[in-house]
Design a protein around this ligand. Structure first.
Ligand code: GLY
Length: 560
């Protein structure tokens, strides 16, 4: 997509340090060469190291992603996949990289049934839950097209973190704590993350010698060693031994795809986001279009009236997600309609400020219904390039399988297909569009997004948290654009989430009691259930760049 050069502004970011980092915001690194905000301080430092060496935003993104694959295997890593939205300032072009995992060629729905009944745990834990890992192919593709520094330089911080070890932080410790029971059933996972058979303490050093060897092999030989070499062989051997259907052929056939980014507008800005197989971008644009004509700032930040309208937009967007969206290489979805201003106007005609409606009111009615370990990071460089990247192994530590010899934790992305009538681990329902088929990519909620003001990236944002990704990303954007909150306040402000089904309006703890009551009077089933996503945002405004890493991470509302 080419942006017209109406204003040929050569802009220079001054990168003034905005504020001294608050204690829980240390993950936002601020220096004169750009900014990386991830939910790991060590990963942000890895990206910053690259920016400081003269690398661009994609170089820094690749380094950050590889570092995350070491310091937070509960959320993402070489056994997972993701999506990357890139803005190339010089060419004034945006790119969307799909490195989503695919279903193995041998996968079919019956694998997840026993005696004619669905077995929900099969798509969540163990070998059948594993889709073809895509992270390495994706990062290599981004590097090949946009990287400027040698791969070995970009991967050096990750290799260092794996071989020398890193001090366990609160986030990963929390993930290990939540998975103690699973560690007992998956001894290889326990060998790395509970090496002394007990919950490690914050600050304990986690070393991953096998993972370091894997990373060194990739740095030296590129993605072939992963997809056609000993790494693929080790993964396939483990998965087969555990009863899975992943094959060497699946690895050989995996390809990351450049997709046309989804582009919309909101309050005189250009919103660039991820198209399917993520639902994140479609839902985000649909909700922004619905909300744009409302005088949101006049309604008051997080007022009941405002939150009600946001919740209604969410209900419509999530109903459409369930109805229409899936892998675009398998299903044709009316994307242009869903993200059109006309469709948004039609939806607004169905929204009442006074009440909400039961689920059947939303979306198209001929619906056949059939519950994260994710991480987002944002990068901006001194050239004005930007990267929004969200990557995942799905729920914490994915399938819980850690592959011996490689040190890689495998995803459980198969659960993102609409396999079970009662919905997936996030309670998300879907229909045929997101049915499980061999070689198909499961529908995602990841919403890496770059917002331009003119031709300049103003906001780089995204989140972790399953379907709550979409709600978190939306509200951070509204907080910045409509309510003029500083990036820190915008990320920290309490949020809500509604995914249409189940019919609950999730509110965070700091949503005021009187606001909850006012929402209940409109008919919402208000529930407080954990946090709404974990967002990382960067805002570049008038030569000043600041970022915020969400302090919600240790207690994030990921599925277990
Ligand atoms: N695995 C979570 C997502 O892609 O939405």
């Amino acid at each position: 997509m080419r942006f017209c050069a109406r204003f040929r502004i050569i802009f220079v970011f001054l990168f003034v340090v905005a504020v001294a980092p608050a204690p829980n915001v240390a993950f936002a690194q601020r220096v004169a060469r750009g900014l990386v905000v991830s939910d790991s301080e060590l990963a942000s430092q890895a990206g910053m190291e690259i920016l400081n060496r003269g690398g661009n935003a994609v170089d820094a993104a690749v380094a950050t992603a590889f570092a995350l694959s070491v310091v937070d295997q509960a959320s993402s890593g070489l056994g997972g996949g993701g999506f990357m939205v890139i803005y190339d300032a010089k060419a004034r072009r945006a790119h969307a990289l799909d490195f989503r995992e695919t279903a193995p060629a041998g996968a079919h729905r019956e694998l997840f049934m026993k005696d004619g009944k669905p077995v929900p745990s099969a798509s969540v834990t163990g070998a059948l839950a594993v889709a073809v890992p895509a992270e390495v192919a994706g990062l290599m593709q981004a590097f090949k097209q946009f990287g400027t520094l040698p791969l070995a330089v970009l991967m050096a911080p990750a290799i260092r973190l794996a071989s020398d070890g890193f001090p366990l932080d609160a986030t990963l410790r929390y993930a290990i704590e939540r998975q103690r029971a699973a560690m007992k059933k998956f001894p290889d996972l326990a060998r790395v993350f509970m090496p002394k058979d007990t919950l490690p303490a914050e600050g304990d050093i986690i070393r991953q010698a096998e993972l370091a060897q894997t990373l060194k092999a990739i740095a030296a030989q590129g993605s072939d060693v992963f997809y056609r070499g000993w790494i693929a062989e080790a993964i396939v051997e483990t998965v087969k031994k555990e009863g899975g259907v992943l094959s060497l052929e699946d690895f050989k056939n995996y390809k990351p795809l450049w997709r046309e980014p989804l582009v919309g507008s909101y309050r005189n800005r250009t919103v660039i986001t991820m198209p399917p197989p993520s639902s994140g971008g479609v839902a985000l644009l649909e909700m922004l279009n619905v909300l744009a004509p409302y005088p949101l700032s006049a309604l008051g930040h997080n007022s009941a009236t405002y939150l009600h309208l946001v919740a209604e937009a969410m209900k419509h967007a999530f109903a459409d997600r369930a109805q229409y969206l899936g892998d675009p290489d398998f299903v044709k979805a009316p994307i242009a309609t869903l993200v059109s201003k006309e469709y948004a106007a039609w939806i607004r005609g169905r929204i009442s400020a006074a009440k909400t409606y039961p689920p059947k009111y939303y979306g198209l009615v001929n619906f056949k219904a059939e519950q994260g370990g994710t991480t987002h990071f944002s990068v901006i460089d001194r050239f004005g390039n930007a990267v929004a990247c969200t990557q995942t192994v799905n729920t914490r530590f994915g399938s819980k399988i850690l592959v011996p010899r490689t040190g890689i934790v495998l995803n459980n992305e198969m659960d993102d297909f609409a396999i079970h009538p009662g919905g997936n681990v996030y309670g998300l329902v879907g229909n045929e569009a997101n049915s499980l088929q061999p070689k198909k990519r499961p529908l995602s909620s990841m919403a890496p997004t770059i917002i331009l003001r003119g031709e300049r990236p103003e906001i780089v944002v995204g989140a972790a948290g399953g379907p709550r990704i979409i709600s978190a990303t939306l509200q951070v954007i509204l907080n910045i654009i409509d309510f003029h909150l500083l990036v820190k306040e915008a990320v920290i402000a309490p949020r809500i989430h509604h995914q249409w089904m189940p019919d609950n309006l999730i509110v965070e703890a700091d949503i005021a009691p009187e606001t909850r009551r006012a929402l209940e009077r409109r008919g919402h089933h208000v529930r407080e259930r954990g946090v709404v996503g974990v967002a990382q945002a960067i805002v570049a405004d008038k030569g000043r760049v600041s970022g915020e890493a969400d302090p919600r991470k240790p207690a994030r509302a990921a599925a277990e």
